[in-house]
Ligand binder design. Structure first.
Ligand code: HEC
Ligand code: HEC
Length: 301
């Protein structure tokens, strides 16, 4: 069911389409009720309202399927996602109540515009949390917010890339940098350590830009499990005590892999932090836990 794992941009556009469809749908019925101008064609607008209503419902159900699919990717939902999900789910009973009134309980007909408004507001509420923020950040382009002494600073990722390419290659090759994926804290630590070796190499602003770039392109995003990230961490860290084949030739269930990873972490407490361990477990559980697929998947990288 991979076709349901849509890009954030597609999801955002779907969300805005739903909102747009809701607004158009409301406008049609306003024409009928005569709030805007007494309509000469009430039948037409009534039908338009009904048809856009069903398109709205279909679109809503489709988005629900996509979103539930997304939920499976989370172990723990961030609070923002919980609010988003609950409001999103609440739209469903609101729509049902509204259809019931139209079809079965005509006595409440007069309150329909109020219900309609509730549905519209409920559709609007979850949108800014994700789709809105996503569109804004897409417009902001290659910007990333990095916290610096307690406040958020927006830095340009492209300038960050230039800093890394020019300054981080003065003492060692860039491959040393690009071989790693790290959490934000990990990169922060590295940039600070590297600057301590030669404080004149870059200024505060440059260091912040470099950090932004490293987090964006070589960072671990705790809200997104990614097999590529998990695999890079394994290639980077799991060959220090035994050959890397030891990992890729083992066949284990996800639970056994989790146990093995905890065992390895007990051998060396600094081996993986919790974020890295999550990504490693995700990779192992997803790719190496399959019966025969493991080696095939490996070849494709
Ligand atoms: C002043 C020289 C110098 C500069 C500039 C420098 N590094 Fe380093 N870097 C080192 C040295 C020396 C080591 C090895 C010792 C260590 O790990 O502390 C190292 C190690 C590393 C490692 C670990 C590599 C490994 O294989 O263990 C990473 C990752 C890294 N640097 C990233 C960076 C980044 C990112 C920058 C730019 C922000 C940078 N370095 C700039 C001197 C430098
Ligand atoms: C600090 C050293 C060290 C590091 C680093 C390390 N291992 Fe191990 N690993 C061991 C030792 C020691 C054994 C043998 C333990 C045993 O046989 O009971 C082992 C055995 C294994 C085995 C075979 C044993 C089994 O239960 O099937 C697997 C698989 C494995 N390691 C995976 C990994 C992975 C994945 C990583 C990276 C996250 C890793 N190791 C990193 C020390 C390490």
């Amino acid at each position: 069911m991979n076709f349901l794992e849509l890009k954030p941009m597609t999801n955002s556009l779907l969300a805005f389409s739903l909102l747009g469809m809701g607004i158009i749908n409301a406008l049609f019925i306003l024409f009928v009720i005569g709030q805007i101008t007494p309509s000469k064609y009430p039948k037409f607008f009534q039908w338009a309202h009904r048809i856009t209503g069903y398109i709205f419902l279909a679109l809503y159900l489709f988005i629900c399927i996509v979103m539930f699919k997304k939920l499976e990717g989370f172990n723990v939902l961030p609070p923002k996602a919980v609010i988003h999900a609950y409001i999103g789910i609440a739209i469903f009973p609101l729509i049902i109540v509204k259809i019931c009134i139209v079809r079965l309980y005509k006595k409440f007909y007069k309150s329909l515009p109020i219900y309609g408004m509730f549905v519209l507001i409920a559709v609007y509420l979850p949108v800014p949390l994700y789709a809105g923020l996503y569109i804004i950040s897409a417009i902001r382009g290659q910007q990333i917010a990095v916290s610096e002494k307690g406040r958020l600073v927006w830095v340009n990722v492209n300038s960050g890339r230039r800093v890394v390419q020019q300054k981080c290659s003065t003492c060692h090759s860039l491959e040393r940098v690009y071989a790693y994926v790290k959490t934000e804290a990990g990169w922060r630590d590295y940039v600070a350590r590297m600057r301590a070796k030669d404080p004149a190499i870059m200024g505060d602003q440059e260091a912040l830009e470099a950090l932004g770039y490293l987090i964006k392109s070589l960072g671990i995003d705790d809200t997104k499990m990614d097999i590529q990230v998990g695999m890079r961490i394994i290639l980077e860290k799991c060959h220090k005590c035994h050959s890397i084949e030891r990992v890729f030739t083992s066949r284990k269930t996800p639970a056994e892999w989790a146990k093995t990873v905890e065992l390895m972490r007990s051998f060396d407490p600094l081996l993986l932090n919790d974020s890295e361990a999550r990504q490693v477990n995700y990779y192992l559980g997803k790719v190496l836990a399959g019966q025969d697929t493991g080696l095939n998947e490996l070849k494709t990288y």
